[in-house]
Write a protein that binds this ligand. Structure first.
Ligand SMILES: [Fe+2]
Ligand SMILES: [Fe+2]
Length: 373
């Protein structure tokens, strides 16, 4: 039975803004959040190292690519957040992006509010990155337990360490260089909960390694290119060198496995990928920021979506996910259901961009980049 949009994403229309914004995080004061992970821990007695040569190569590479979040980054850099917001805005063509805002909730805004928005927006973005990184930490710890191949367990264990480092450096940057934290966005939380709760080991990979990390790699790349702040640039460069390996781990692991699945099983993977894509798109509306700025959220979101660079930015986020789904055979499996859905989301044009199966070499840090080496 084909599932409806209602069953998959909780609404009939993908772009139903009212429905998207009605999903909010109600547990903003909780200190911990428990999710049942529904999976058996798998021992394997087949210890033959290199039975999966590509995963083995990735593991060997990862061992020598560890960096130190405390020592390798230039934490002594002074960050003037407001100055950074101004400099970034200048790159994009000025505060308010030269849109005609008369008659809108932004009409009376002065430079002060635009700078405040820039700071809040950055606090929000890096907070969500930090929460997403913790999601990756838990997911890869789970993969160590649930994946049946020894080469994958070895590799995943290195990724657990990488993700700990990522959470650590984003948290430190937020605490020492920015001006406030945000709780996890409700759409991101729904997605991470779904990924953790699914007991099938390959779903952890699909949700985290392919979808969340694919998007993260694109988003980090975008901000890395854009930001004028040298410490954040460096931090993202280091994180990206790891993330490129992580996405490769997903592609290399799932490629073989998916050839063994039935059409019905593949369809479930397609539906999961679609659901994840929609949740990630929803989270980028940064509804909590508008709320904190005291603006009518729906109106603010509608206006920002009309800004010239917004659609380009949103679509760029899918520039890794779509080619990777294609490489895994998910786009066209069955009747090409996922191809149609990505068409609906307006991101299918990325299908022939570089996939991330081998691209990680290009992201590697150069010898001598690390101060702690
Ligand atoms: Fe990460
Ligand atoms: Fe990662």
């Amino acid at each position: 039975m084909a599932k409806t949009h209602e069953e998959l994403i909780g609404r009939a229309e993908i772009d139903d803004l009212e429905a998207i914004l009605s999903v909010t995080n109600t547990d903003v004061d909780e200190a911990i959040h428990a999710v049942e992970d529904n999976a058996a821990a798998i021992f394997t007695w087949d210890y033959e190292k290199g039975a999966k040569p590509k995963l083995n190569r990735l593991y060997e590479k990862a061992k020598h690519s560890m960096w130190d979040g405390e020592k390798d980054l230039a934490w002594e850099t002074e960050v003037d957040q407001e100055a950074v917001v101004m400099a970034n805005a200048m790159q994009m063509g000025g505060l308010g992006y030269g849109m005609d805002l008369s008659g809108t909730c932004f009409e009376k805004w002065t430079e002060k509010e635009w700078i405040e928005l820039g700071c809040e927006s950055q606090n929000w973005t890096l907070s969500q990155f930090m929460h997403g990184e913790q999601g990756a930490l838990l997911c890869t710890a789970k993969i160590v337990e649930t994946v049946p191949w020894i080469d994958a367990k070895y590799y995943a264990s290195t990724q657990v360490m990488d993700e700990a480092r990522h959470v650590e450096v984003f948290a430190k940057y937020l605490d020492t260089k920015l001006s406030g934290h945000y709780p996890i966005n409700a759409h991101l939380k729904l997605l991470l909960d779904d990924i953790i709760a699914d007991g099938r080991w390959d779903m952890t990979y699909l949700g985290m390694q392919i979808m969340v990390e694919g998007l993260a790699l694109a988003a980090f790349g975008f901000i890395h290119q854009l930001t004028t702040e040298p410490l954040l640039k460096q931090l993202l460069r280091y994180v990206m060198s790891d993330e490129a390996r992580h996405v490769a781990f997903g592609v290399l692991s799932l490629q073989d496995y998916y050839t063994e699945l039935t059409q019905a099983e593949l369809r479930e993977r397609q539906e999961f990928a679609f659901e994840a894509a929609v949740r990630m798109r929803d989270r980028f509306l940064q509804q909590e920021v508008w709320d904190r700025m005291g603006l009518p959220v729906k109106e603010a979101v509608e206006i920002v979506q009309m800004s010239p660079e917004r659609p380009v930015f949103q679509q760029m986020l899918f520039s890794k996910i779509v080619p990777n789904c294609k490489k895994l055979g998910l786009l066209d499996a069955g009747d090409g259901w996922l191809r149609e859905r990505f068409g609906e989301l307006g991101v299918i044009q990325f299908e022939d961009w570089a996939d991330t199966g081998e691209e990680y070499e290009a992201f590697a840090l150069a010898e001598g980049d690390r101060r702690s080496a």
